[in-house]
Design a protein around this ligand. Structure first.
Ligand SMILES: *[C@@H]1O[C@H](CO)[C@@H](O)[C@H](O)[C@H]1NC(C)=O
Ligand SMILES: *[C@@H]1O[C@H](CO)[C@@H](O)[C@H](O)[C@H]1NC(C)=O
Length: 370
């Protein structure tokens, strides 16, 4: 190699070092975003796992910005964490298992969510190899060690402290556990109120673990109206699209218990760390009056088969609607990008009726002054 080439290389290396260290200095002021939970927020971790709970094939992603390709998101396009990132002018958060998530990109945060999981370890066992919530928290710890090696442990801690954390959990503990059509052990073991109390007591341990790991702004979404998803309408043979009573009751009971628990946790900690998002009411507004939001239907899924297009999963063989913006539901369980956008609008600006103790706009304004 000629000496001039060596000099060029040295200059290039030096520039790289300078850039990396100046970016490390910025890391603490830049807000990161961490995501935990299930398929509503999984951005593709399950693509890297041997599981059937995946969305990495067409027509998932048919409206994904620019590529129109599947990504592992359970939607036609963006999921709601993506839109939160967009609203906060953050880089989209990559799945933690994506090998592209390294170096500088780690400072934007990470998405640890995995489709199929629940609060309980026995939820989603049929999907075999998924990241249970305890595993997601272990990986968050590993993440912090990796970032600590890059920018120093104190800076890494600061990054997590300033970050926004989102957790969406619990729907599968009903759909893929308590309400499974085959006999559920949990159903034999617990009455519905007792099951809700048990779930929330386990959820509390998970949230305390997040707090122990340094999270200080945690958006906790309650579960949406499970009795109104096309799958439920189809399997319960709903006549005119009426939502199914028992899962609706379960969701309301769970959310109520959850929101009480969050109030208690904040009191115990002495700060507004946990923010409750009432996903049930936000979704019901849209489901009850889809036309007011510009949708044609909130009963029939865009991609699926059978009654309400709600049977089974969305595949390349499914019946697929032509205009996804007219549908609240993309598939038998998951919203379209357009429905996700309306939900995020609510997260940002809703009153304390839906966002307690405050909405995301207020959080951003508050934390900007830290
Ligand atoms: C779930 O599994 C994890 C890891 O094995 C364990 O730490 C946790 O206590 C389990 N949770 C319950 C509710 O059994
Ligand atoms: C957010 O919440 C606050 C407090 O409830 C409210 O005053 C405000 O109008 C809401 N919306 C926005 C955009 O801040």
């Amino acid at each position: 190699m000629s000496s001039s080439k060596l000099v060029h290389m040295a200059v290039a290396l030096l520039t790289a070092v300078v850039i990396v260290s100046s970016q490390a200095a910025e890391a603490a002021s830049q807000r990161a975003f961490f995501v935990f939970g299930d398929s509503l927020v999984d951005s593709g971790n399950n693509n890297y796992l041997a599981t059937t709970a995946r969305a990495d094939y067409p027509p998932f992603g048919i409206d994904f910005p620019f590529t129109h390709q599947p990504t592992g998101r359970f939607s036609n396009g963006l999921n709601f964490p993506d839109i939160i990132s967009e609203s906060m002018r953050l880089e989209p958060t990559l799945p933690y298992l994506n090998p592209e998530l390294n170096g500088q990109k780690l400072l934007n945060g990470a998405n640890f969510a995995s489709a199929g999981i629940g609060i309980l370890n026995d939820t989603g066992i049929q999907f075999v190899n998924i990241l249970k919530i305890s595993r997601q928290l272990e990986l968050f710890h590993e993440y912090q060690q990796r970032v600590g090696e890059m920018i120093g442990a104190a800076q890494a801690q600061q990054l997590v402290k300033n970050a926004l954390v989102l957790i969406t959990l619990g729907g599968n503990d009903f759909i893929n556990n308590y309400f499974l059509p085959t006999i559920s052990l949990r159903r034999q073991q617990y009455s519905l109120p007792d099951y809700c109390r048990y779930l929330v007591s386990e959820y509390q341990k998970i949230l305390m673990k997040l707090h122990d790991l340094g999270a200080r702004r945690v958006l906790v979404t309650g579960i949406g109206p499970l009795g109104c998803v096309p799958a439920e309408l189809a399997y319960s043979l709903s006549k005119n699209g009426e939502c199914v009573a028992e899962p609706q009751r379960a969701t309301a009971m769970f959310n109520n218990e959850l929101f009480q628990m969050l109030l208690g946790l904040n009191k115990e900690i002495g700060s507004d760390t946990f923010i409750a998002a009432n996903a049930f009411d936000m979704n019901m507004d849209i489901i009850i009056k889809p036309q007011e939001f510009g949708f044609v239907t909130s009963k029939v899924a865009c991609c699926g088969q059978g009654l309400y297009n709600g049977i089974g999963t969305c595949t390349v063989f499914s019946s697929l609607c032509s205009n996804r913006n007219e549908y609240v539901f993309w598939d038998s369980f998951h919203p379209t990008e357009r429905a996700n956008r309306i939900i995020v609008q609510q997260l940002m600006t809703a009153s304390t009726k839906y966002m307690n103790p405050m909405n995301l706009s207020t959080i951003m304004a508050l934390d900007a002054n830290l």
